[in-house]
Design a protein around this ligand. Structure first.
Ligand SMILES: N[C@@H](CCC(=O)N[C@@H](CS)C(=O)NCC(=O)O)C(=O)O
Length: 206
């Protein structure tokens, strides 16, 4: 059986769990906690980060490569298009999700989870929210009137669903200002994979 080393609220781990659920792949989970130098993760991964997927003697410590592996090993073309131009479009949006969306949400999440509300840096949160607004404007334009970010539900939808889920959990949920994104979020959260992969908890300051 596959083993996923992960942290429940980590968006990189969350998107992998969504993909595993979408592909109906069974796995066992080894949960780590924030800041912990989990000995197995340190041994398996040169970056020391989660997620790490172990499948027999195959060890993968980078989420994008986990998606590639799951696709070619277990479910070809289910989450990754084989059309070169379409695949490139989907991959770029996936990179945007990891780097740009991840970057601005980090400002909000790190601030809100690290200290009590009375000590939050309002300027930092506002800056993150403004940046998040810009991201949503850009993403809505990319989505247009399509139901999903790929030609059909794809790896990018898994990645963005987890990011939007983090935003929601930290008070920055998509709203009526972005009707197409809202409709997309409703569609991805109604899929069985959403419930199966949803984090067991989010970090909050005492
Ligand atoms: N590029 C990596 C990024 C993974 C990453 O940054 N994981 C974070 C959690 S969200 C991590 O493990 N940080 C170290 C820690 O939590 O101790 C990937 O896509 O897998």
């Amino acid at each position: 059986m596959l083993t996923l080393y992960q942290r429940t609220d980590c968006p990189f781990c969350w998107k992998v769990r969504i993909a595993l659920a979408e592909l109906d792949i069974e796995y066992q989970s080894v949960d780590t906690v924030l800041g912990e130098k989990h000995p197995e993760v340190q041994r398996l991964s040169p970056t020391g980060t989660v997620p790490v997927l172990v499948d027999g003697d195959v060890v993968i410590w980078e989420s994008a490569v986990i998606f590639d592996y799951l696709d070619s090993r277990y479910a070809p073309e289910k989450l990754i298009s084989r059309d070169p131009a379409q695949q490139a479009r989907e991959r770029l949006l996936h990179v945007y999700s990891d780097k740009i969306v991840g970057g601005c949400l980090k400002e909000i999440v790190f601030e809100k989870r690290s200290k009590p509300e009375s000590e939050w840096d309002a300027d930092r949160i506002r800056e993150g929210e403004n940046h998040w607004h810009t991201c949503q404007t850009w993403l809505q334009q990319k989505l247009g009137t399509d139901p999903f970010f790929g030609a059909r539900y794809c790896a990018t939808d898994c990645a963005l669903a987890a990011r939007f889920g983090v935003a929601e959990a930290y008070g920055a949920a998509v709203n009526m200002e972005f009707p197409s994104l809202l409709q997309w979020y409703k569609a991805v959260t109604e899929r069985p994979s959403w419930k199966k992969a949803y984090p067991t908890s989010f970090i909050r300051s005492e």
